[in-house]
Design a protein around this ligand. Structure first.
Ligand SMILES: Nc1ccn([C@@H]2O[C@H](COP(=O)(O)O)[C@@H](O)[C@H]2O)c(=O)n1
Ligand SMILES: C[C@@]1(CO)OP(=O)(O)OP(=O)(O)OC[C@H]1O
Length: 171
């Protein structure tokens, strides 16, 4: 079993859509970024890539590459799922936390969990999504941006399934 951690931050800006866990939420501002800036999904992807020691989202989806301009982070998450499968891992569970002073996202959490689980091909009860404010403190508390943390566990499939060389004894 392998543990992973991911963390991401995006600034709030006018005239941007607010997309969190693949859910578009009505709000006066959205998150700025090269992609759709879905900070929660970015933290989830980094936790998965980290657990597999496969780098991070910037390695796989550089913000200098026009293919990722305005990209759906859920589409990127599906690509991460493929990388994990190819490397011989399956997701045991994910637990992530969005840090945002506003808006209240609790009503959207079931849809976020469904989106993340669907992209990874796992049951929704393997995906935890939570939200908290930072009590008006710091950059999230002042409404300048949002951040997210994620942890995950990956199961390693058996060596035979991963295409690894298995030690053999010589007589
Ligand atoms: N953007 C947010 C932040 C929080 N919530 C929910 O409110 C609860 C209380 O938050 P505190 O920061 O005051 O502890 C929290 O447990 C979440 O359920 C939210 O929906 N959206
Ligand atoms: C997701 C990517 C895609 O180009 O762009 P951004 O939306 O800027 O997000 P960031 O968290 O800075 O990660 C870098 C990129 O991988």
């Amino acid at each position: 079993m392998r543990i992973g951690h991911g963390y991401d931050v995006h600034a709030l800006a006018p005239e941007r859509a607010l997309i969190l866990g693949g859910v578009q939420i009505e709000y006066e501002q959205g998150l700025a970024g090269h992609s759709d800036a879905d900070v929660l999904t970015h933290a989830v992807m980094d936790s998965l890539l980290g657990a597999a020691a496969l780098g991070d989202i910037g390695t796989h989806f550089p913000d200098t590459d026009d293919r990722y301009r305005g990209a759906s982070s859920l589409a990127l998450l599906r690509q991460v799922a493929k990388l994990l499968t190819e490397a011989g891992y399956e997701v045991q569970n994910i637990d992530c936390t969005l840090i945002a002073q506003a808006p209240k996202v609790a009503p959207y959490i079931p849809a976020m969990r469904q989106n993340i689980a669907r992209c990874l091909g796992i049951a929704v009860d393997r995906v935890g999504v939570k939200a908290t404010t930072e009590e008006r403190l710091g950059f999230t508390g002042r409404g300048e941006g949002m951040s997210a943390h994620s942890v995950c566990l990956l199961n390693e499939r058996s060596p035979g399934q991963r295409g690894e060389v298995t030690p053999c004894s010589r007589s």
